[in-house]
Design a protein around this ligand. Structure first.
Ligand SMILES: [Zn+2]
Ligand SMILES: [Zn+2]
Length: 267
């Protein structure tokens, strides 16, 4: 079974993907289960200042219509992608208590108010330092915060780096990656395999398949696959290849979520 558990609809202000097109494309590409995971990131350093859903009643009401319309053809989870930042965690807790989300991706988009996208984060850092600081930051969130299901695009720091992309980048600061993976496993949380990385300079999933292997070898069993589509044309992008890779290393199951409860599905 194929899943795409990271999709942004037009409820995210950086997405052009309409729900109709998302659902149609998913079905055409043989995807059985999707999660709509729109952004909640506050006080962003680039315009608009908030990449955040505002009208949650509308979000839930609209997606519920699609759930009804596609019942029996496509399983649609109502998710959210929260941006990890210390001073917004309480707000997220309130939101997640108030609304019945199925699934929560926690992603680190900003490091000490610096968005890698803007470049300043990398200034004065070697590539390895930039990676290490990023991984360590997620580890400290994982150790202190519980209200999420999977960590999104675990090595997003690679996406906007000004350094040349090299084959072994995913092996840099591997001790920090291991600490992060162990923290995630100890908390009984999961990681996503974010296929959008295949479109970026690293031309690899986020995290790299080797890191997925490592997560599995360390005892990690909670995996989702997501395209991070902001355009319906990319729904299902490289999902089949990722499932094939997982099967090739003996992983036969991924997770989906309903009411924040994990459900194991056979690949
Ligand atoms: Zn993200
Ligand atoms: Zn995303």
């Amino acid at each position: 079974m194929l899943i795409d558990y990271h999709i942004h609809s037009t409820f995210s202000n950086d997405s052009v993907a309409k729900l109709d097109d998302i659902c149609q494309t998913a079905i055409e590409r043989g995807i059985s289960k999707i999660a709509i995971t729109d952004h909640v990131d506050y006080k962003y350093p680039i315009q608009p200042p908030d990449y955040a859903l505002e009208d949650f009643e509308d979000y839930f009401g609209t997606i519920a219509q699609y759930q009804r319309q596609y019942q029996g053809k496509l399983d649609i989870a109502i998710g959210i992608e929260i941006g990890l930042e210390e001073h917004h965690l309480e707000t997220y807790d309130k939101l997640l208590k108030q609304y019945p989300f199925d699934f929560v991706i926690a992603s680190l988009h900003m490091i000490d108010t610096m968005e890698p996208h803007l470049g300043v984060y990398y200034e004065g850092k070697t590539k390895e330092e930039a990676f290490r600081v990023y991984y360590d930051k997620i580890t400290s969130f994982v150790e202190s915060y519980d209200n999420f299901d999977v960590i999104g695009h675990l090595d997003y720091v690679k996406r906007y780096m000004p350094y040349p992309s090299e084959e072994g980048d995913h092996l840099l600061a591997l001790d920090a990656v291991d600490r992060l993976l162990k923290a995630i496993i100890a908390k009984r949380k999961g990681i996503e395999i974010n296929t959008s990385g295949f479109k970026h300079i690293s031309n690899a999933s986020m995290p790299h398949f080797d890191i997925v292997k490592r997560y599995h070898a360390l005892g990690g069993r909670r995996l989702t696959i997501g395209t991070d589509s902001h355009d319906a044309r990319f729904v299902g992008y490289k999902v089949k290849e990722t499932a094939d890779f997982l099967r090739s290393i003996g992983i036969k199951e991924v997770m989906t979520f309903h009411n924040r409860q994990e459900i194991t599905v056979a690949l």
